[in-house]
Design a protein around this ligand. Structure first.
Ligand SMILES: [Zn+2]
Ligand SMILES: [Zn+2]
Length: 238
């Protein structure tokens, strides 16, 4: 994963470009993809990342999950485009996570003109999700990945997620996530100037590519009754 805010900012920009008027908290929840699961069930999260196409197909099948589907779609797209560069510079998990935290800080500065350490995660990611969403996700995960999530899983996974990033900001993370006082300098040192540019450019390019890719996905999902009318990109009726 690129980290929490890279995924939120990415989903936000892409949904905005497409003129999608979505429930933001569900979009941002979706934008984290399986990473929310990853701290508790890493191998399930790995399987879900590997099975991204299948998972997206299942999520796309339920209209009520539309914002979550868009979020997951952007999640995998950003992972797939940025992770190869990040991994090539990550001899250890600690380095890997530091690259991702610095990138998060830089993206928030660049696209939102804000400081990550001043943001509150619960302004973006919901502390709880509607029962219908959690039940549907449980069912899909059970059917496609043969994994039965425990009762009330999403509530505890989200609590855990918030705790981990709160501790990271306070500099006492037990999963070695840490932020840098000078994220750009740290990231340039870790990657070298060339790959620093390659990584930050990859984010911008991913926005363009994902906007195109999603706009054709949404057209494919066009309800049959609308066959002869041009597809409106504003799907606020959902
Ligand atoms: Zn990663
Ligand atoms: Zn991921």
């Amino acid at each position: 994963m690129p980290d929490v805010y890279a995924h939120i900012v990415f989903a936000d920009i892409v949904a905005g470009r497409l003129g999608l008027n979505l429930d933001k908290s569900l979009l941002y929840f979706g934008s984290q993809g399986p990473d929310i699961i990853g701290f508790m069930f890493p191998s399930l999260s790995g399987q879900m990342h590997d099975g991204d196409a299948l998972l997206l197909e299942k999520l796309a099948g339920d209209e009520k999950l539309f914002p979550v589907y868009i979020g997951y779609h952007t999640h995998f797209s950003l992972d797939n485009r940025l992770h190869p560069i990040i991994k090539s510079h990550s001899p250890t998990l600690k380095t890997h996570l530091l690259i991702e935290s610095c990138l998060d800080q830089i993206i928030v500065q660049k696209y939102w003109k804000k400081e990550l350490c001043l943001l509150k995660m619960d302004d973006y990611i919901p502390v709880t999700i509607p029962d219908y969403i959690s039940t549907t996700l449980d069912t899909i995960i059970n059917a496609e990945f043969s994994f039965k999530l425990p009762e009330q899983f999403w509530k505890s996974a989200l609590e855990n997620y918030f705790r981990i990033y709160k501790e990271a900001l306070e500099g006492k993370s037990d999963v070695v996530i840490s932020y840098s006082e000078y994220p750009q300098k740290t990231l340039e040192d870790l990657l070298g100037l060339n790959d620093f540019r390659k990584l930050t450019d990859a984010f911008g390019n991913a926005v363009e590519e994902e906007t195109l890719s999603l706009s054709s996905c949404i057209k494919l999902k066009k309800p049959s009754g609308l066959k002869n009318t041009p597809m409106p990109l504003d799907l606020s009726h959902r």
